[in-house]
Design a protein around this ligand. Structure first.
Ligand code: NAI
Ligand code: MG
Length: 331
């Protein structure tokens, strides 16, 4: 049976993942779910942020559903993020974030787009060193990295029935590195039958607000994608609604865009929508198309009928909200 790792993590992670698992548990998916600990609470219990046993579970899994983890507050030079470690170890090179408003009244601009972000190189190589009173960061843009992220963007664009890909870069300043990205972009786009254009990242940040309709799929490098996708999440419904996928060649890790929200953790009020939508992306990845569509339809119906958590102006708790979705899932 196909195995799926479930990493609840810290803060609201166990709440939003728990609510989502309640819904997945109601569906006949032919999947085996295995819990795997990771993060700060795990560290406090076991002395490890990312236990070997969790890596073993992940290695035997096709996908993982992940909540969020809390970064330690006190600066600890020995800390390295277990999530970045997973992205590196499983070579999860593509971060895919659909930015479609589920509820028209939550959207700020008329943006309907998907952002495909390079997830393993660029500014986030982690290679920083001190040199003559400065800190020097190695920013890596490789031809292979550019090619595979643009190829992934083409795949995602076609799978979603879209027709245009926009390359977002800063090649006017970063002439060689981002210039390479831009050149490879147009090479890969040649002959795909899709429309292709490119834009500078600062202009793109403004255009997401002033000309949202010009975007369908945005393909971009790590830092730009990190920032633009949070902007796009805010424009289309807020953090509580934004799902994401981290994809490698053979494995996918699916997680809400938001963090562990320590300010509301343990209160039972977190919005589980972003995690439920991440589970829908995961079901699609696992080729459970019907189940993905059923779960998303139940979620949309629940929201449309006015059932909401507090961040969306409603009064329901995490579990109550999940119960309302569950009612519509069985109907
Ligand atoms: P955050 O996303 O956890 O919270 C930002 C604000 O949004 C908070 O006011 C929070 O209450 C609210 N919020 C977030 N998700 C919500 C939900 N589902 N329902 C209702 N309200 C929600 O970001 P913050 O506060 O910057 O980070 C908190 C911790 O999470 C930090 O330790 C950070 O390092 C970590 N983090 C982890 C991520 C991950 O595991 N992938 C991603 C981002 C942050
Ligand atoms: Mg971010």
């Amino acid at each position: 049976m196909t195995r799926v790792a479930v990493i609840a993590g810290d803060g609201i992670g166990p709440e939003v993942v728990g609510a989502t698992m309640r819904l997945l548990g109601m569906m006949d998916l032919g999947l085996e779910f295995v819990e795997a600990p990771m993060g700060l609470e795990c560290f406090k219990r076991t002395g490890e942020y990312l236990p070997r046993e969790t890596l073993r579970v992940l290695e035997g899994s096709k996908a993982a559903l992940f909540g969020a983890i809390t970064s330690p507050v006190a600066p600890d030079p020995s800390y390295s993020s277990p999530l970045l470690e997973l992205r590196r170890r499983f070579d999860l090179y593509a971060n895919v974030r659909p930015c479609f408003p589920l509820l028209p009244e939550l959207r700020v601009t008329d943006l309907n787009a998907v952002i495909v972000r390079e997830n393993t190189e660029g500014m986030y190589t982690g290679r920083e060193r001190e040199e003559d009173g400065s800190v020097v960061l190695e920013r890596v843009v490789s031809e292979r990295g550019c090619r595979r992220i643009v190829e992934k963007a083409v795949k995602v664009t076609k799978a979603m029935g879209l027709s245009k890909v926009t390359c977002v870069h800063k090649a006017n300043v970063l002439r060689r590195s981002d210039g390479l990205f831009r050149r490879v972009f147009y090479e890969v786009m040649e002959g795909t039958g899709l429309e292709a254009d490119d834009m500078l990242v600062d202009a793109a940040a403004a255009a997401l607000i002033s000309q949202p309709k010009r975007f369908q799929c945005i393909v971009t490098l790590n830092l730009y994608g990190d920032i633009l996708s949070d902007e796009a999440a805010a424009l289309t419904g807020g953090l509580g609604m934004a799902p994401s996928a981290n994809l490698g060649a053979h494995f996918g890790l699916f997680e809400p865009v938001h963090g562990s929200a320590p300010d509301i953790a343990g209160k039972g009020i977190a919005n589980p929508c972003a995690t439920i939508l991440s589970a829908c992306l995961m079901l699609t990845f696992l080729r459970r198309m019907d189940a993905a569509a059923r779960l998303q339809a139940a979620l949309v119906q629940t929201l449309t009928e006015g059932e909401r958590t507090r961040d969306l102006g409603g009064s329901l708790g995490t579990w109550e909200f999940a119960d309302r979705v569950a009612e519509r899932l069985v109907r």
